[in-house]
Design a protein around this ligand. Structure first.
Ligand code: HEM
Length: 554
Protein backbone atom coordinates (compact mmCIF):
# COMPACT_ATOMS: atom_id res chain seq x y z
CA UNK A 1 0.00 0.00 0.00
CA UNK A 2 1.38 3.37 -0.98
CA UNK A 3 1.72 6.15 1.59
CA UNK A 4 -1.13 7.98 -0.08
CA UNK A 5 -3.38 4.93 0.20
CA UNK A 6 -2.40 4.51 3.86
CA UNK A 7 -3.36 8.14 4.59
CA UNK A 8 -6.72 7.64 2.85
CA UNK A 9 -7.48 4.49 4.90
CA UNK A 10 -6.50 6.25 8.14
CA UNK A 11 -8.74 9.20 7.26
CA UNK A 12 -11.63 6.90 6.44
CA UNK A 13 -11.16 5.08 9.78
CA UNK A 14 -11.03 8.38 11.71
CA UNK A 15 -14.09 9.61 9.82
CA UNK A 16 -16.10 6.52 10.66
CA UNK A 17 -14.91 6.53 14.29
CA UNK A 18 -16.39 10.03 14.60
CA UNK A 19 -19.39 9.43 12.36
CA UNK A 20 -20.80 6.29 14.06
CA UNK A 21 -20.97 7.74 17.60
CA UNK A 22 -22.39 10.96 16.11
CA UNK A 23 -25.12 9.00 14.31
CA UNK A 24 -25.82 6.97 17.46
CA UNK A 25 -26.18 10.08 19.63
CA UNK A 26 -28.39 11.73 17.00
CA UNK A 27 -30.60 8.64 16.78
CA UNK A 28 -30.94 8.44 20.59
CA UNK A 29 -31.74 12.15 20.88
CA UNK A 30 -34.26 11.92 18.03
CA UNK A 31 -35.99 8.96 19.68
CA UNK A 32 -36.04 10.79 23.00
CA UNK A 33 -37.46 13.86 21.33
CA UNK A 34 -40.28 11.87 19.69
CA UNK A 35 -41.00 10.06 22.94
CA UNK A 36 -41.17 13.43 24.78
CA UNK A 37 -43.38 14.99 22.13
CA UNK A 38 -45.88 12.20 22.65
CA UNK A 39 -46.10 12.50 26.42
CA UNK A 40 -49.27 14.02 27.83
CA UNK A 41 -47.19 16.76 29.52
CA UNK A 42 -45.67 18.01 26.24
CA UNK A 43 -48.90 17.60 24.29
CA UNK A 44 -50.77 19.75 26.80
CA UNK A 45 -47.93 22.29 26.86
CA UNK A 46 -47.93 22.50 23.05
CA UNK A 47 -51.65 23.35 23.02
CA UNK A 48 -50.96 26.58 24.90
CA UNK A 49 -50.32 29.82 22.99
CA UNK A 50 -46.67 30.74 22.68
CA UNK A 51 -43.82 31.35 20.27
CA UNK A 52 -42.80 28.33 18.18
CA UNK A 53 -40.23 26.12 19.89
CA UNK A 54 -37.26 24.46 18.18
CA UNK A 55 -36.33 20.81 18.73
CA UNK A 56 -34.00 20.28 21.72
CA UNK A 57 -33.50 23.96 22.61
CA UNK A 58 -37.17 24.96 22.84
CA UNK A 59 -37.38 28.77 22.94
CA UNK A 60 -33.85 29.36 24.21
CA UNK A 61 -32.92 30.92 20.87
CA UNK A 62 -34.82 34.04 22.00
CA UNK A 63 -31.94 34.63 24.43
CA UNK A 64 -29.26 34.51 21.73
CA UNK A 65 -27.67 37.92 21.34
CA UNK A 66 -29.30 39.28 24.48
CA UNK A 67 -26.47 40.94 26.36
CA UNK A 68 -27.77 41.87 29.77
CA UNK A 69 -30.71 41.59 32.10
CA UNK A 70 -32.16 44.92 30.88
CA UNK A 71 -32.38 43.43 27.37
CA UNK A 72 -33.95 40.21 28.72
CA UNK A 73 -36.67 42.30 30.37
CA UNK A 74 -37.19 44.46 27.29
CA UNK A 75 -37.55 41.49 24.92
CA UNK A 76 -39.86 39.62 27.34
CA UNK A 77 -42.17 42.64 27.63
CA UNK A 78 -42.17 43.21 23.85
CA UNK A 79 -42.88 39.54 23.17
CA UNK A 80 -45.72 39.52 25.69
CA UNK A 81 -47.64 42.10 23.62
CA UNK A 82 -48.06 39.51 20.85
CA UNK A 83 -49.81 36.94 23.02
CA UNK A 84 -52.90 36.56 25.19
CA UNK A 85 -52.43 36.54 28.96
CA UNK A 86 -51.36 32.89 28.82
CA UNK A 87 -48.04 32.25 27.11
CA UNK A 88 -45.95 29.12 27.18
CA UNK A 89 -42.23 28.84 26.61
CA UNK A 90 -39.91 25.82 26.50
CA UNK A 91 -36.48 25.75 28.06
CA UNK A 92 -35.00 22.84 26.13
CA UNK A 93 -37.61 20.32 25.10
CA UNK A 94 -38.82 19.34 28.55
CA UNK A 95 -38.97 22.33 30.86
CA UNK A 96 -42.30 24.11 30.35
CA UNK A 97 -42.81 27.64 31.70
CA UNK A 98 -46.24 29.29 31.52
CA UNK A 99 -46.61 33.04 32.01
CA UNK A 100 -49.92 34.37 33.34
CA UNK A 101 -51.24 37.89 33.74
CA UNK A 102 -55.00 37.56 33.84
CA UNK A 103 -56.27 38.19 37.42
CA UNK A 104 -58.80 35.37 37.23
CA UNK A 105 -56.05 32.86 36.34
CA UNK A 106 -53.72 34.34 38.94
CA UNK A 107 -56.42 33.92 41.57
CA UNK A 108 -56.56 30.18 40.85
CA UNK A 109 -52.83 29.83 41.53
CA UNK A 110 -52.25 32.29 44.37
CA UNK A 111 -55.39 31.51 46.35
CA UNK A 112 -54.59 27.81 46.38
CA UNK A 113 -53.02 25.91 49.27
CA UNK A 114 -51.95 23.21 46.80
CA UNK A 115 -49.86 25.30 44.40
CA UNK A 116 -47.60 26.92 46.99
CA UNK A 117 -44.53 24.91 45.95
CA UNK A 118 -41.85 27.28 44.73
CA UNK A 119 -40.28 26.62 41.35
CA UNK A 120 -36.81 25.15 40.96
CA UNK A 121 -35.22 28.59 40.44
CA UNK A 122 -35.74 29.38 44.12
CA UNK A 123 -33.12 26.72 44.99
CA UNK A 124 -30.44 29.38 44.44
CA UNK A 125 -31.58 30.89 47.76
CA UNK A 126 -31.19 27.61 49.61
CA UNK A 127 -27.59 28.01 50.87
CA UNK A 128 -28.63 31.30 52.46
CA UNK A 129 -32.30 30.94 53.41
CA UNK A 130 -32.43 27.16 53.95
CA UNK A 131 -36.07 26.18 54.38
CA UNK A 132 -37.32 29.60 55.47
CA UNK A 133 -40.85 30.77 54.60
CA UNK A 134 -39.96 31.85 51.07
CA UNK A 135 -38.82 28.38 50.00
CA UNK A 136 -40.48 25.87 52.33
CA UNK A 137 -43.70 24.05 51.50
CA UNK A 138 -46.24 21.74 53.11
CA UNK A 139 -46.51 21.36 56.89
CA UNK A 140 -43.30 23.26 57.61
CA UNK A 141 -44.45 26.31 55.65
CA UNK A 142 -47.89 26.15 57.20
CA UNK A 143 -46.69 25.87 60.83
CA UNK A 144 -43.99 28.54 60.41
CA UNK A 145 -46.28 30.98 58.66
CA UNK A 146 -48.75 30.66 61.57
CA UNK A 147 -45.91 31.19 64.00
CA UNK A 148 -44.54 34.21 62.16
CA UNK A 149 -47.87 36.00 61.74
CA UNK A 150 -47.98 37.47 65.30
CA UNK A 151 -44.41 38.71 64.81
CA UNK A 152 -45.82 41.20 62.30
CA UNK A 153 -48.83 42.18 64.39
CA UNK A 154 -49.61 45.87 64.15
CA UNK A 155 -48.76 46.42 67.82
CA UNK A 156 -45.27 45.07 67.23
CA UNK A 157 -44.86 47.24 64.16
CA UNK A 158 -45.94 50.34 66.05
CA UNK A 159 -43.02 49.84 68.40
CA UNK A 160 -40.68 50.28 65.40
CA UNK A 161 -41.84 53.83 64.68
CA UNK A 162 -38.99 55.36 66.74
CA UNK A 163 -36.42 53.17 65.02
CA UNK A 164 -37.73 54.11 61.56
CA UNK A 165 -37.61 57.81 62.45
CA UNK A 166 -34.09 57.52 63.80
CA UNK A 167 -32.82 55.73 60.71
CA UNK A 168 -34.63 58.23 58.47
CA UNK A 169 -32.70 61.04 60.17
CA UNK A 170 -29.42 59.16 59.74
CA UNK A 171 -30.20 58.89 56.04
CA UNK A 172 -30.92 62.63 55.84
CA UNK A 173 -27.49 63.25 57.40
CA UNK A 174 -25.73 60.90 54.94
CA UNK A 175 -27.43 62.53 51.97
CA UNK A 176 -25.99 65.95 52.86
CA UNK A 177 -22.88 65.22 50.85
CA UNK A 178 -24.95 64.81 47.67
CA UNK A 179 -26.59 68.24 47.88
CA UNK A 180 -25.88 70.31 44.78
CA UNK A 181 -24.20 67.48 42.82
CA UNK A 182 -25.37 67.12 39.17
CA UNK A 183 -26.79 63.65 39.99
CA UNK A 184 -26.18 60.62 42.19
CA UNK A 185 -27.50 57.06 42.57
CA UNK A 186 -29.79 56.99 45.60
CA UNK A 187 -30.06 53.20 45.75
CA UNK A 188 -26.88 52.59 47.76
CA UNK A 189 -28.07 54.98 50.47
CA UNK A 190 -31.55 53.47 50.62
CA UNK A 191 -30.18 49.96 50.61
CA UNK A 192 -27.86 50.73 53.51
CA UNK A 193 -30.53 52.38 55.63
CA UNK A 194 -32.95 49.52 54.91
CA UNK A 195 -30.53 46.83 55.93
CA UNK A 196 -29.55 48.76 59.09
CA UNK A 197 -33.19 49.12 60.13
CA UNK A 198 -33.95 45.46 59.43
CA UNK A 199 -30.94 44.27 61.34
CA UNK A 200 -32.25 46.04 64.41
CA UNK A 201 -35.88 45.08 63.82
CA UNK A 202 -35.19 41.42 63.09
CA UNK A 203 -32.38 40.68 65.53
CA UNK A 204 -31.99 43.72 67.78
CA UNK A 205 -28.43 44.26 66.51
CA UNK A 206 -27.09 47.64 65.42
CA UNK A 207 -25.01 47.95 62.29
CA UNK A 208 -22.91 50.47 64.18
CA UNK A 209 -22.10 47.94 66.93
CA UNK A 210 -18.60 48.51 68.28
CA UNK A 211 -17.26 45.11 67.31
CA UNK A 212 -18.15 45.78 63.66
CA UNK A 213 -20.15 42.53 63.45
CA UNK A 214 -23.40 44.31 62.62
CA UNK A 215 -21.69 46.35 59.91
CA UNK A 216 -20.08 43.25 58.38
CA UNK A 217 -23.44 41.48 58.46
CA UNK A 218 -25.16 44.38 56.66
CA UNK A 219 -22.43 44.41 54.00
CA UNK A 220 -22.67 40.61 53.60
CA UNK A 221 -26.47 40.85 53.04
CA UNK A 222 -25.99 43.44 50.31
CA UNK A 223 -23.21 41.46 48.62
CA UNK A 224 -25.19 38.20 48.79
CA UNK A 225 -28.15 39.90 47.13
CA UNK A 226 -25.77 41.02 44.41
CA UNK A 227 -24.41 37.48 43.87
CA UNK A 228 -27.96 36.14 43.61
CA UNK A 229 -28.87 38.82 41.05
CA UNK A 230 -25.86 38.00 38.93
CA UNK A 231 -26.66 34.27 38.99
CA UNK A 232 -30.11 34.94 37.55
CA UNK A 233 -29.04 36.69 34.38
CA UNK A 234 -25.57 35.18 33.83
CA UNK A 235 -27.00 31.75 32.98
CA UNK A 236 -23.59 30.05 32.96
CA UNK A 237 -23.22 30.77 36.68
CA UNK A 238 -25.97 28.25 37.37
CA UNK A 239 -23.38 25.58 36.51
CA UNK A 240 -21.59 24.76 39.75
CA UNK A 241 -18.06 24.42 38.19
CA UNK A 242 -18.43 27.83 36.53
CA UNK A 243 -19.69 29.38 39.77
CA UNK A 244 -16.58 28.03 41.47
CA UNK A 245 -14.25 28.94 38.61
CA UNK A 246 -15.11 32.65 38.70
CA UNK A 247 -14.54 32.69 42.47
CA UNK A 248 -18.18 33.33 43.36
CA UNK A 249 -18.63 30.14 45.37
CA UNK A 250 -15.77 31.22 47.65
CA UNK A 251 -17.10 34.75 47.97
CA UNK A 252 -20.61 33.43 48.73
CA UNK A 253 -19.22 31.15 51.42
CA UNK A 254 -17.45 34.08 53.10
CA UNK A 255 -20.68 36.11 53.23
CA UNK A 256 -22.68 33.13 54.46
CA UNK A 257 -20.17 32.52 57.24
CA UNK A 258 -20.52 36.11 58.41
CA UNK A 259 -24.34 36.09 58.29
CA UNK A 260 -24.94 32.62 59.71
CA UNK A 261 -22.21 33.18 62.31
CA UNK A 262 -23.86 36.31 63.67
CA UNK A 263 -27.44 35.03 63.55
CA UNK A 264 -26.43 31.80 65.38
CA UNK A 265 -24.55 33.82 67.99
CA UNK A 266 -27.43 36.23 68.56
CA UNK A 267 -29.98 33.40 68.81
CA UNK A 268 -27.82 31.62 71.37
CA UNK A 269 -27.29 34.65 73.58
CA UNK A 270 -30.93 35.79 73.34
CA UNK A 271 -32.13 32.33 74.31
CA UNK A 272 -29.79 32.28 77.30
CA UNK A 273 -31.05 35.70 78.35
CA UNK A 274 -34.61 34.56 77.95
CA UNK A 275 -34.10 31.49 80.08
CA UNK A 276 -32.33 33.55 82.78
CA UNK A 277 -35.15 36.04 83.00
CA UNK A 278 -38.22 33.89 82.56
CA UNK A 279 -40.13 36.10 84.94
CA UNK A 280 -39.43 39.26 82.95
CA UNK A 281 -39.07 38.56 79.22
CA UNK A 282 -35.71 38.76 77.52
CA UNK A 283 -36.63 41.96 75.77
CA UNK A 284 -36.65 43.86 79.08
CA UNK A 285 -32.89 43.52 79.22
CA UNK A 286 -32.57 44.35 75.59
CA UNK A 287 -34.87 47.27 75.98
CA UNK A 288 -33.09 48.67 79.03
CA UNK A 289 -30.21 49.63 76.79
CA UNK A 290 -32.61 51.10 74.27
CA UNK A 291 -34.42 53.01 77.00
CA UNK A 292 -31.23 54.41 78.48
CA UNK A 293 -30.20 55.55 75.07
CA UNK A 294 -33.63 57.06 74.47
CA UNK A 295 -33.50 59.06 77.70
CA UNK A 296 -30.04 60.36 76.93
CA UNK A 297 -31.02 61.42 73.42
CA UNK A 298 -34.28 62.95 74.62
CA UNK A 299 -32.35 65.19 77.04
CA UNK A 300 -30.28 66.43 74.13
CA UNK A 301 -33.54 67.08 72.31
CA UNK A 302 -32.51 65.12 69.25
CA UNK A 303 -34.18 61.79 69.80
CA UNK A 304 -37.32 60.85 67.95
CA UNK A 305 -39.18 59.75 70.98
CA UNK A 306 -40.42 56.26 70.47
CA UNK A 307 -42.78 56.10 73.42
CA UNK A 308 -44.24 59.51 72.63
CA UNK A 309 -45.05 58.24 69.18
CA UNK A 310 -46.72 55.25 70.68
CA UNK A 311 -48.59 56.97 73.49
CA UNK A 312 -50.73 58.95 71.16
CA UNK A 313 -51.43 55.87 69.09
CA UNK A 314 -54.93 54.71 68.49
CA UNK A 315 -54.20 51.61 70.49
CA UNK A 316 -53.16 52.84 73.90
CA UNK A 317 -51.90 49.64 75.45
CA UNK A 318 -49.06 49.55 72.98
CA UNK A 319 -47.56 52.70 74.43
CA UNK A 320 -46.31 50.80 77.43
CA UNK A 321 -45.03 47.85 75.44
CA UNK A 322 -41.36 47.49 74.78
CA UNK A 323 -39.74 47.05 71.44
CA UNK A 324 -38.90 43.44 70.74
CA UNK A 325 -36.99 42.27 67.71
CA UNK A 326 -38.70 39.65 65.51
CA UNK A 327 -36.21 37.16 66.86
CA UNK A 328 -37.21 37.87 70.50
CA UNK A 329 -40.79 37.13 69.58
CA UNK A 330 -39.84 33.89 67.87
CA UNK A 331 -37.84 32.82 70.93
CA UNK A 332 -40.79 33.63 73.15
CA UNK A 333 -43.16 31.60 70.94
CA UNK A 334 -40.72 28.71 70.84
CA UNK A 335 -40.47 28.73 74.65
CA UNK A 336 -44.25 28.77 74.88
CA UNK A 337 -44.54 25.42 73.17
CA UNK A 338 -44.19 26.19 69.45
CA UNK A 339 -41.82 23.82 67.73
CA UNK A 340 -39.00 25.84 66.21
CA UNK A 341 -35.36 24.85 66.39
CA UNK A 342 -32.47 27.33 66.44
CA UNK A 343 -31.64 26.42 62.85
CA UNK A 344 -35.22 27.16 61.79
CA UNK A 345 -35.17 30.53 63.58
CA UNK A 346 -31.98 31.36 61.75
CA UNK A 347 -33.62 30.48 58.42
CA UNK A 348 -36.56 32.77 59.16
CA UNK A 349 -34.34 35.68 60.25
CA UNK A 350 -32.26 35.26 57.08
CA UNK A 351 -35.44 35.13 54.97
CA UNK A 352 -36.65 38.39 56.47
CA UNK A 353 -33.30 40.02 55.88
CA UNK A 354 -33.42 39.01 52.22
CA UNK A 355 -37.11 39.62 51.50
CA UNK A 356 -37.28 42.82 53.51
CA UNK A 357 -34.11 44.45 52.29
CA UNK A 358 -33.93 44.55 48.51
CA UNK A 359 -37.69 44.97 48.08
CA UNK A 360 -38.01 47.99 50.36
CA UNK A 361 -34.79 49.56 49.03
CA UNK A 362 -36.11 49.26 45.45
CA UNK A 363 -39.57 50.60 46.42
CA UNK A 364 -38.14 53.68 48.15
CA UNK A 365 -35.62 54.31 45.35
CA UNK A 366 -38.33 54.14 42.66
CA UNK A 367 -40.65 56.41 44.64
CA UNK A 368 -38.01 59.12 44.99
CA UNK A 369 -37.10 58.89 41.28
CA UNK A 370 -40.76 59.22 40.33
CA UNK A 371 -41.27 62.22 42.59
CA UNK A 372 -38.17 63.83 41.08
CA UNK A 373 -39.79 63.51 37.64
CA UNK A 374 -43.37 64.47 38.60
CA UNK A 375 -42.84 67.74 40.47
CA UNK A 376 -46.59 68.41 40.70
CA UNK A 377 -47.09 65.11 42.54
CA UNK A 378 -44.16 65.88 44.85
CA UNK A 379 -45.81 69.22 45.61
CA UNK A 380 -49.06 67.46 46.56
CA UNK A 381 -47.16 65.13 48.90
CA UNK A 382 -45.44 68.15 50.46
CA UNK A 383 -48.78 69.95 50.88
CA UNK A 384 -50.12 66.94 52.73
CA UNK A 385 -47.06 66.83 54.99
CA UNK A 386 -47.31 70.56 55.60
CA UNK A 387 -50.96 70.20 56.62
CA UNK A 388 -49.83 67.67 59.19
CA UNK A 389 -46.57 69.07 60.53
CA UNK A 390 -46.45 72.73 59.52
CA UNK A 391 -42.90 74.02 59.96
CA UNK A 392 -42.20 71.67 62.86
CA UNK A 393 -39.64 68.92 62.37
CA UNK A 394 -41.20 66.62 64.94
CA UNK A 395 -40.97 62.94 64.08
CA UNK A 396 -43.96 61.11 62.64
CA UNK A 397 -46.07 59.02 64.99
CA UNK A 398 -47.95 55.93 63.99
CA UNK A 399 -51.17 57.96 63.97
CA UNK A 400 -49.50 60.47 61.59
CA UNK A 401 -48.67 57.70 59.15
CA UNK A 402 -52.38 56.86 58.91
CA UNK A 403 -53.01 60.43 57.74
CA UNK A 404 -50.39 60.28 54.98
CA UNK A 405 -53.05 59.21 52.51
CA UNK A 406 -51.66 60.87 49.39
CA UNK A 407 -48.14 59.63 50.12
CA UNK A 408 -49.64 56.16 50.53
CA UNK A 409 -51.29 56.42 47.08
CA UNK A 410 -47.96 57.50 45.62
CA UNK A 411 -46.23 54.48 47.16
CA UNK A 412 -48.99 52.12 45.99
CA UNK A 413 -48.86 53.50 42.44
CA UNK A 414 -45.07 53.16 42.44
CA UNK A 415 -45.39 49.54 43.55
CA UNK A 416 -47.90 49.08 40.76
CA UNK A 417 -45.77 50.40 37.89
CA UNK A 418 -42.47 49.27 39.38
CA UNK A 419 -43.20 46.19 41.52
CA UNK A 420 -39.94 45.27 43.30
CA UNK A 421 -40.79 41.58 42.80
CA UNK A 422 -41.59 41.56 39.06
CA UNK A 423 -42.38 37.84 38.84
CA UNK A 424 -43.57 35.13 41.23
CA UNK A 425 -43.00 31.53 40.20
CA UNK A 426 -44.40 28.26 41.44
CA UNK A 427 -44.40 24.65 40.32
CA UNK A 428 -47.74 22.94 39.79
CA UNK A 429 -48.42 19.77 41.74
CA UNK A 430 -51.63 19.09 39.83
CA UNK A 431 -53.11 20.01 36.43
CA UNK A 432 -54.80 23.40 36.47
CA UNK A 433 -57.73 24.50 34.33
CA UNK A 434 -57.51 28.23 33.70
CA UNK A 435 -60.42 30.65 33.87
CA UNK A 436 -59.41 32.98 31.02
CA UNK A 437 -59.80 30.36 28.27
CA UNK A 438 -59.87 26.70 27.46
CA UNK A 439 -56.36 25.98 28.71
CA UNK A 440 -55.13 23.12 30.86
CA UNK A 441 -51.71 23.52 32.48
CA UNK A 442 -50.00 20.18 33.12
CA UNK A 443 -48.75 19.20 36.58
CA UNK A 444 -45.00 19.73 36.86
CA UNK A 445 -44.81 22.90 34.76
CA UNK A 446 -43.56 26.21 36.17
CA UNK A 447 -46.10 29.00 36.39
CA UNK A 448 -44.73 32.53 36.30
CA UNK A 449 -47.01 35.35 37.41
CA UNK A 450 -45.80 38.62 35.94
CA UNK A 451 -46.72 41.27 38.52
CA UNK A 452 -45.15 43.95 36.30
CA UNK A 453 -47.36 42.87 33.40
CA UNK A 454 -50.57 42.49 35.45
CA UNK A 455 -50.25 46.06 36.71
CA UNK A 456 -49.89 47.38 33.16
CA UNK A 457 -52.93 45.56 31.83
CA UNK A 458 -55.20 48.09 30.03
CA UNK A 459 -58.20 45.88 30.76
CA UNK A 460 -57.68 46.50 34.48
CA UNK A 461 -56.20 50.01 34.59
CA UNK A 462 -57.20 53.04 32.59
CA UNK A 463 -54.00 54.47 31.01
CA UNK A 464 -51.86 51.85 32.76
CA UNK A 465 -48.47 53.30 31.72
CA UNK A 466 -49.24 56.71 33.19
CA UNK A 467 -48.16 57.40 36.79
CA UNK A 468 -51.36 58.37 38.54
CA UNK A 469 -51.67 58.04 42.34
CA UNK A 470 -55.40 58.78 42.04
CA UNK A 471 -55.82 55.20 40.84
CA UNK A 472 -55.67 54.37 44.53
CA UNK A 473 -58.37 56.72 45.70
CA UNK A 474 -61.12 54.68 47.36
CA UNK A 475 -63.69 55.58 44.68
CA UNK A 476 -61.40 54.41 41.88
CA UNK A 477 -60.66 51.10 43.52
CA UNK A 478 -64.20 49.91 44.01
CA UNK A 479 -64.37 47.68 40.96
CA UNK A 480 -60.80 46.48 40.96
CA UNK A 481 -60.05 42.76 40.95
CA UNK A 482 -58.32 41.63 44.16
CA UNK A 483 -55.72 39.71 42.16
CA UNK A 484 -55.17 42.62 39.75
CA UNK A 485 -52.87 44.40 42.21
CA UNK A 486 -50.29 42.05 43.64
CA UNK A 487 -46.99 43.79 44.48
CA UNK A 488 -46.97 41.84 47.76
CA UNK A 489 -48.38 38.73 46.07
CA UNK A 490 -51.76 37.59 47.45
CA UNK A 491 -53.33 34.56 49.06
CA UNK A 492 -51.79 32.21 51.61
CA UNK A 493 -48.11 32.77 50.75
CA UNK A 494 -48.29 36.51 50.27
CA UNK A 495 -45.82 38.88 51.90
CA UNK A 496 -45.90 38.77 55.71
CA UNK A 497 -43.88 41.99 55.83
CA UNK A 498 -46.22 44.26 53.85
CA UNK A 499 -47.45 46.33 56.79
CA UNK A 500 -43.91 46.69 58.09
CA UNK A 501 -42.86 47.80 54.59
CA UNK A 502 -45.63 50.39 54.20
CA UNK A 503 -45.00 51.87 57.65
CA UNK A 504 -41.27 52.01 57.07
CA UNK A 505 -41.69 53.53 53.57
CA UNK A 506 -44.02 56.26 54.79
CA UNK A 507 -41.73 57.32 57.63
CA UNK A 508 -38.53 57.12 55.59
CA UNK A 509 -39.91 58.94 52.55
CA UNK A 510 -41.69 61.66 54.53
CA UNK A 511 -38.46 62.30 56.48
CA UNK A 512 -36.37 62.59 53.31
CA UNK A 513 -38.96 64.77 51.57
CA UNK A 514 -39.24 67.09 54.55
CA UNK A 515 -35.55 67.78 54.21
CA UNK A 516 -34.84 67.63 50.49
CA UNK A 517 -36.46 68.56 47.25
CA UNK A 518 -35.93 65.74 44.73
CA UNK A 519 -35.26 66.56 41.08
CA UNK A 520 -34.65 64.60 37.92
CA UNK A 521 -34.25 65.55 34.26
CA UNK A 522 -35.32 62.15 32.99
CA UNK A 523 -38.60 60.76 31.77
CA UNK A 524 -39.98 57.46 32.99
CA UNK A 525 -39.78 56.10 29.45
CA UNK A 526 -35.98 56.51 29.68
CA UNK A 527 -35.67 54.16 32.67
CA UNK A 528 -33.62 51.08 31.77
CA UNK A 529 -35.46 48.45 33.78
CA UNK A 530 -33.80 45.25 34.78
CA UNK A 531 -35.99 42.48 36.10
CA UNK A 532 -34.27 39.45 37.51
CA UNK A 533 -35.44 38.55 40.98
CA UNK A 534 -35.90 42.23 41.82
CA UNK A 535 -36.95 45.04 39.56
CA UNK A 536 -34.28 47.72 39.42
CA UNK A 537 -33.00 50.47 37.19
CA UNK A 538 -30.00 49.17 35.29
CA UNK A 539 -29.01 52.82 34.71
CA UNK A 540 -29.03 53.53 38.46
CA UNK A 541 -31.57 55.45 40.55
CA UNK A 542 -30.17 58.81 39.55
CA UNK A 543 -31.53 62.09 40.95
CA UNK A 544 -30.53 65.50 42.30
CA UNK A 545 -31.36 66.94 45.69
CA UNK A 546 -31.42 70.36 47.28
CA UNK A 547 -32.48 71.32 50.79
CA UNK A 548 -36.19 72.11 50.95
CA UNK A 549 -36.07 75.60 52.50
CA UNK A 550 -39.42 75.19 54.12
CA UNK A 551 -42.32 72.90 53.42
CA UNK A 552 -44.46 76.00 52.96
CA UNK A 553 -42.13 77.55 50.43
CA UNK A 554 -42.47 74.72 47.93
C1 HEM B 1 -42.02 46.99 49.39
C2 HEM B 1 -41.58 45.98 50.07
C3 HEM B 1 -41.93 44.53 49.82
C4 HEM B 1 -42.45 43.93 48.71
C5 HEM B 1 -42.84 44.58 47.39
C6 HEM B 1 -42.57 42.51 49.00
C7 HEM B 1 -43.09 41.56 48.12
C8 HEM B 1 -43.18 40.22 48.40
C9 HEM B 1 -43.68 39.24 47.47
C10 HEM B 1 -44.16 39.52 46.05
C11 HEM B 1 -43.62 38.03 48.10
C12 HEM B 1 -43.99 36.67 47.49
C13 HEM B 1 -42.72 36.14 46.88
C14 HEM B 1 -42.89 34.82 46.21
O1 HEM B 1 -43.87 34.11 46.42
O2 HEM B 1 -41.97 34.49 45.45
C15 HEM B 1 -43.09 38.24 49.42
C16 HEM B 1 -42.89 37.24 50.35
C17 HEM B 1 -42.32 37.46 51.58
N1 HEM B 1 -41.95 38.66 52.13
FE1 HEM B 1 -42.14 40.49 51.24
N2 HEM B 1 -42.10 42.28 50.26
C18 HEM B 1 -41.72 43.48 50.81
C19 HEM B 1 -41.20 43.68 52.08
C20 HEM B 1 -41.00 42.70 53.01
C21 HEM B 1 -40.48 42.93 54.34
C22 HEM B 1 -40.09 44.30 54.89
C23 HEM B 1 -40.37 41.71 54.95
C24 HEM B 1 -39.88 41.36 56.32
C25 HEM B 1 -39.45 42.18 57.21
C26 HEM B 1 -40.86 40.71 54.00
C27 HEM B 1 -40.92 39.36 54.25
C28 HEM B 1 -41.42 38.42 53.37
C29 HEM B 1 -41.45 36.99 53.65
C30 HEM B 1 -40.95 36.31 54.92
C31 HEM B 1 -42.02 36.39 52.53
C32 HEM B 1 -42.30 34.90 52.31
C33 HEM B 1 -43.74 34.64 52.66
C34 HEM B 1 -44.20 33.22 52.37
O3 HEM B 1 -43.75 32.62 51.39
O4 HEM B 1 -45.04 32.74 53.14
N3 HEM B 1 -41.22 41.35 52.84
N4 HEM B 1 -42.83 39.59 49.58
Amino acid sequence: MTTLEQVEVAEAQTGSSVLYPFLMVTAILTMMHYWQQNTRYVKLGNKLPGPPALPFIGNLHYLFGVRNSHEVMKSAVELSHDYPPVVSGWIGSWFLVVFLWDPSDIEIILSSHVHIDKSIEYSMFKPWLGDGLLISTGDKWSSHSKLMAPTFHLNVLKSFVGLFNKNGQTLVESLKKEVGKPSFDAHDYLSETTVDTLLEAAMGVKSTSQDGEGYNYAMAVMKMCDIIHQSTYKVWLSLEPMFRFVGMAKEQMQHLNIMHGLSSKVIKSKKEEFIKSKESPVSDNYYMTEQEETDKEAQKGTYFDQSQGLKDDLDDDVGEKKRMAFLDLMIESAQNGAVMSDAEMKEEVDTMMFEGHDTTAAASSFTLCILGIHQEIQKKVMDELYQMFGDSDSPATFADTLEMKYLESVILETLSLYPPVPIIASQLKEDVKLASGDYLLPAGCTVVIGTYKVHRNPEIYHNPEEFNPDNFLAENMQNSHYYGYIPFSAGPSSCVGRKYAMLKLKILLSTVLSNYKIMSDMKESEFKLQGDIMLKRADGFRMRIEPSKSLKAM
